[in-house]
Design a protein around this ligand. Structure first.
Ligand code: ADP
Length: 291
């Protein structure tokens, strides 16, 4: 990725010693209690950076995303956004934080009301965040639509009249319209076919180039993460076992779990720069051929 940011930059997001657990009712025999899902995880995301998170299902990736989005409360640790501890604002994050940190999930149709036109979903998002002038609502909606490669006719459709890829673009437009600084993408393209995945990944990269947005990109598909991330964190059983630049993770993984996860991508044959460029060119060409 060409937008890789320097390490010296002040982080946009700083997570320190984050632990999150879920309350259980203990089942038939058990006692009520807290089951840990994430323990002592620390990382940073710089402005304009994409941090990928990989790891087997149940390793705690989504829980970290939810903690950042303030959908679950940490048991311990801190989350600082732009230098400010998010927990200081109490259980309900202020509107400005919720505007600046947006989410895109796997099933975009779930976040779009099937009974509302797409235009209504986007506009109500803006109004909730205090943009009420008709002309500004219209301009920002059209601007976001243009950025994600949809035309204004899509605004007058219901979600079920759009393809999976178009729905994902609408979800991106809805997040984009608020001009967020960080977007948590949790398996955001996993349900799409390969070529549509490529288009959306390219779209995310283009938006990052033009707006400087940061991404936390959670995915089980290592190939996708390899394509989009600047750095990659590897989660195993609630812990972050390795965090390194993407080429180091795929070229010379240090942790035994990372090596196992990479499986068929042997540590002994790191990809050269030219091979990497060629692979990305090929990926882009494939995506563009079908767009
Ligand atoms: P991943 O995203 O890596 O698949 P998750 O963050 O979804 O992992 O889950 C981490 C752990 O927390 C798992 O053991 C999962 O079963 C548990 N968990 C996730 N959500 C809940 C929940 N709402 N209630 C109870 N346990 C949960």
């Amino acid at each position: 990725m060409s937008t890789a940011t320097g390490d010296a930059m002040t982080p946009l997001l700083e997570v320190r010693d984050l632990s999150v657990g879920y309350e259980t009712n203990g089942g038939f025999w058990g006692r009520r209690g807290i089951v840990p899902a994430v323990e002592g995880v620390s990382f940073e995301i710089a402005p304009g950076e994409t941090l990928g998170f990989v790891g087997e299902s149940g390793s705690g990736k989504s829980t970290i995303g939810k903690a950042i989005l303030r959908l679950v409360s940490p048991l311990a640790g801190s989350i600082r956004f732009d230098g400010r501890d998010v927990a200081d604002d109490g259980p309900r994050a202020p509107l400005s934080y919720r505007r600046q940190v947006q989410a895109v999930f796997q099933d975009p149709s779930a976040s779009l009301n099937p009974r509302h036109l797409v235009a209504h979903s986007i506009e109500s998002s803006l109004r909730r965040h205090g943009v009420t002038t008709r002309s500004e609502v219209r301009d920002r909606t059209l601007e976001a639509f243009e950025m994600v490669g949809l035309d204004r006719s899509h605004l007058q459709r219901f979600p079920n009249e759009l393809s999976g890829g178009q729905q994902q673009r609408v979800a991106r437009a809805r997040a984009r319209v608020l001009r967020p600084r960080l977007v948590v993408c949790d398996e955001a393209v996993s349900a799409l076919d390969l070529s549509t995945q490529g288009q959306i990944i390219n779209l995310l990269a283009d938006l990052q180039q033009s707006t400087g947005v940061s991404y936390l990109f959670i995915a089980h598909d290592l190939g996708l993460v390899r394509h989009i991330a600047h750095r990659v964190g590897v989660m195993s059983q609630g812990s972050l076992v390795e965090l390194a630049p993407v080429d180091d993770i795929f070229g010379s993984p240090q942790h035994p779990y990372t090596r196992r996860l990479l499986g068929a991508t042997p540590a002994s044959s790191p990809e050269g720069r030219d091979e990497r460029r060629a692979r990305r060119r090929e990926f882009r060409a494939k995506a563009e051929a079908v767009s």
